[in-house]
Design a protein. Structure first.
Lengths: 205, 161
């Protein structure tokens, strides 16, 4: 799979979106039991983006955001970053807590980290089930900093082999409004290749 | 109207007064400003990775400290500088996530800074000031008129080095 191409074939986008859908479905189930159905997840959209446009998606490289980073290894390897702006983070925490809660407190941070953890865990679980492969994933780390700085580590990881990454845009609904967060999957071309061929998608199509 | 030129990730630009030059949101990446102590001009480079020789696919030389600095020195020479009069100011190389995965990019920030310093030393270019390490993202702005490097962190503290 050539990663210097700006576009993916429809078939590949469909396969990846489907993967995202199943992951989001799993996430919704987990989140619902955690929040007593206060937070639902809509089907995500999938895009392939260059590093500079990733930061733009988050409002520019200097925008302060909340990032939760994890990685999985095994038959496939990738880094996964869940990232959302401060306003959305506050709303997500309130939805999870079921009351007004300052997300900058230890409890608030722990709540947002848990949401990130569930989302990431759900995607990894869908991947495992779909591909029948064993994947380990590491405990996520949380960080609040400039978008550019947060994107550095996963971009560096993928930057060794590619200049693009897969962006899965996850939308949540807390009953009143749509909350937005991004789930970014940073993987090498080799892993994507295997992933897609396991999904039965031909890259040359 | 003076403008502020923006340098992206794995990118480099050249700048002369009255313009300034900036790169935004440095995490574990390192920003390297190269200027001339006699001629008022500069270049700014934003590298992601330490050493190009460890990777097989090198589509962008500016991604790496070693090849990026080579290109930057060459550019400054083309613009009329002598290597002996070049000076550097560097910032970045922060550890944003305390992430220890077996794929091991945990200390990439440290490696980036080490590699930048070694490469500059190989040209005999002196690092006049630096703001590296710690755990905060940085935005840097260099003024080729005054040689001042302004560093802004997420907490909005601003200092000049």
């Amino acid at each position: 799979m050539s990663f210097n191409e700006e576009t993916l074939s429809d078939q590949v986008v469909n396969a990846l979106s489907e993967l995202g859908n199943i992951g989001a479905g799993n996430a919704a189930t987990s989140l619902a039991s955690m929040t007593s159905s206060r937070l639902t997840v809509s089907p995500p959209t999938v895009e392939l983006l260059s590093f500079d446009s990733l930061a733009e998606k988050l409002g520019g490289a200097e925008t302060n955001v909340v990032g939760i980073l994890s990685a999985f290894e095994g038959d496939l390897s990738a880094m996964i970053l869940f990232v959302t702006d401060l306003e959305n983070a506050a709303s997500i925490v309130e939805a999870v807590a079921g009351k007004e809660l300052d997300w900058r407190t230890e409890i608030g941070l722990s709540a947002i980290k848990e949401v990130g953890n569930i989302l990431i865990g759900s995607y990894v679980a869908s991947l495992q089930a779909l591909l029948n492969k064993k994947l380990r994933y590491v405990q996520p780390e949380i960080c609040i900093d400039m978008a550019g700085a947060i994107l550095d580590i996963p971009c560096i990881e993928i930057g060794k082999v590619s200049d693009h990454t897969l962006l899965i845009n996850s939308k949540f609904n807390n009953g009143e409004k749509e909350l937005e967060g991004y789930l970014m999957v940073f993987s090498d071309a080799h892993s994507y290749d295997r992933l897609l061929s396991d999904l039965g998608v031909s890259l040359d199509a | 109207m003076p403008e502020t030129l923006k340098v992206g990730i794995a990118d480099m630009k050249y700048c002369e007064p009255p313009n300034k030059i900036t790169t935004i949101g440095l995490g574990s990446c390192v920003g390297i400003c190269l200027y001339d102590r006699y001629i008022k001009h500069c270049a700014l480079l934003h590298i992601m990775l330490p050493d190009s020789t460890r990777f097989s696919s090198q589509t962008n030389r500016l991604k790496f400290a070693d090849t990026g600095i080579d290109d930057m020195v060459k550019l400054m020479e083309e613009k009329g500088s002598r290597v002996t009069s070049l000076r550097a100011k560097i910032a970045g190389g922060a550890t944003i996530f305390n992430f220890s995965s077996t794929s091991g990019s945990g200390n990439i920030a440290v490696q980036n800074v080490v590699c930048v310093k070694a490469k500059l030393a190989s040209y005999g270019i002196k690092i006049v000031s630096e703001d590296c390490g710690k755990n905060c993202g940085r935005t840097i702005i260099f003024d080729p008129e005054t040689f001042e490097l302004t560093v802004r962190t997420a907490g909005q503290q601003i200092h000049v080095i």
